[in-house]
Design a protein around this ligand. Structure first.
Ligand SMILES: Cc1ncc(COP(=O)(O)O)c(C=O)c1O
Length: 377
């Protein structure tokens, strides 16, 4: 493989990076979902320019026209969705965004559907908001993880079920829902009057050329009422800037959502705003190069991990997260097994399945080679 800018090893411990401070120095951290790559240069330049101006006062995103233009351009280019500026609600993080949906659309005693395995804060959102979780499993069909639609149908029929907190592309399984699958979700939600809130933070990281991300808000029947959450944070490695947005077409639903955020949700900060504008207008080629690098990392893992006894990895359609079945290991505690070998992935139990481990492959290839060497030893 020829050298790539994504091969660069960047020391992060000294910047107090969350990913690098969890374990001691011996452990290679491959857990939390941020990348070890440098952000695209146009993003860094835009932040630098803004800092050089010198004044960093209040900047309400609602009056920043280039921010709207950038999001509208991006969502149209990436997902063929023509979004109206007034549908956009700015929010400083995706976790805040789906918790706000729980507050906005549920009352105490209501139930929230959530697929499992899933990103921890999605699994925890219901209980954090005094609500009850209704979990829906994920099944392996033809080498691809899919929602258990029969279980979804059964659980959605509960009259107290008001909201489906959905994750597409799925974290940790990495599947991208097909149009037909989304139509099945739509039919079930319509039949049982369940509102769809879709966390689409990984939607720009589709690695399989045969897969296409379809935003919940584009669905013909429930799209109008759906709450679609997106962000530049994973795509351009700017999660530390706290910038994301929610798209809600229906004015009444949008108003109700807005209400739930009043007084508790700060504006997205000024550096997050300028970074988003640059990311969504000047970094198309950078993203293409990053996707090539991620695809190659994923394929490397699919070969090398599957050579190791005890591991079984099905390459994901999207995300930079490998959801690896480690149930073939003799170890009782898979996370301890990995840490003993100085490899620090996310524990599968954080997502609801202790037989798995989740490896973040948004890192220089050298880190993955080191991980494989440590697991071989
Ligand atoms: C599915 C999903 N949603 C949300 C987040 C975090 O979003 P934020 O940092 O914007 O709150 C992550 C981060 O890993 C994620 O994987």
């Amino acid at each position: 493989m020829t050298a790539s800018p994504f091969d660069e090893i960047i020391e992060r411990r000294s910047t107090h990076a969350y990913k690098w401070l969890r374990h001691d120095e011996k452990v290679l951290p491959l857990w939390v979902a941020d990348a070890d790559f440098k952000c695209p240069q146009p993003v860094l330049d835009a932040i630098q320019d803004r800092i050089e101006h010198g004044v960093l006062g209040y900047h309400k995103p609602d009056v920043v026209q280039p921010l709207y233009d950038a999001v509208i351009r991006w969502v149209k280019k990436q997902h063929q969705w023509e979004v109206d500026a007034e549908w956009i609600v700015w929010i400083p993080g995706v976790v805040s965004a789906f918790n706000a949906a729980c507050k906005a659309f549920c009352k105490p005693g209501d139930k929230v559907l959530v697929q499992t395995p899933n990103y921890g804060p999605l699994l925890q959102a219901a209980s954090l908001n005094g609500l009850e979780n209704l979990t829906v499993g994920t099944l392996l069909e033809n080498n691809r993880w899919v929602l258990d639609f029969d279980e979804l149908e059964r659980k959605a029929a509960d009259p107290l079920c008001k909201l489906f907190l959905f994750c597409n592309p799925m974290n940790p399984c990495g599947s991208v829902l097909t149009t037909d699958e989304l139509k099945r979700v739509e039919a079930i939600c319509l039949k049982h009057e369940v509102l769809l809130c879709s966390d689409e933070i990984h939607c720009d990281l589709v690695l399989d050329e045969s897969a296409r991300h379809v935003p919940a808000g584009t669905l013909s029947e429930i799209g109008k009422k759906a709450i679609t959450i997106m962000a530049p944070s994973k795509t351009f490695n700017i999660a530390g800037l706290g910038a994301s947005f929610v798209i809600i077409r229906d004015p009444a639903i949008r108003k109700q959502y807005h209400h739930a955020t009043f007084g508790i949700m700060p504006w997205i900060n000024v550096l997050g705003q300028v970074a988003t504008i640059a990311a969504f207008t000047e970094c198309d080629d950078w993203l293409k190069a990053q996707l090539d690098y991620l695809r190659s990392n994923r394929n490397y893992l699919a070969v090398e991990l599957n050579k190791l006894e005890g591991f079984n990895y099905l390459p994901a359609q999207a995300t930079f997260l490998a959801w690896v079945d480690a149930s073939g290991l003799s170890a009782k505690d898979i996370q301890q097994y990995m840490l003993k070998r100085c490899v620090g992935p996310s524990a599968g139990s954080d997502f609801g399945d202790p037989h798995f481990t989740r490896i973040n492959f948004a890192c220089p290839r050298a880190y993955l080679e080191l991980m494989i060497a440590r697991l071989q030893a």
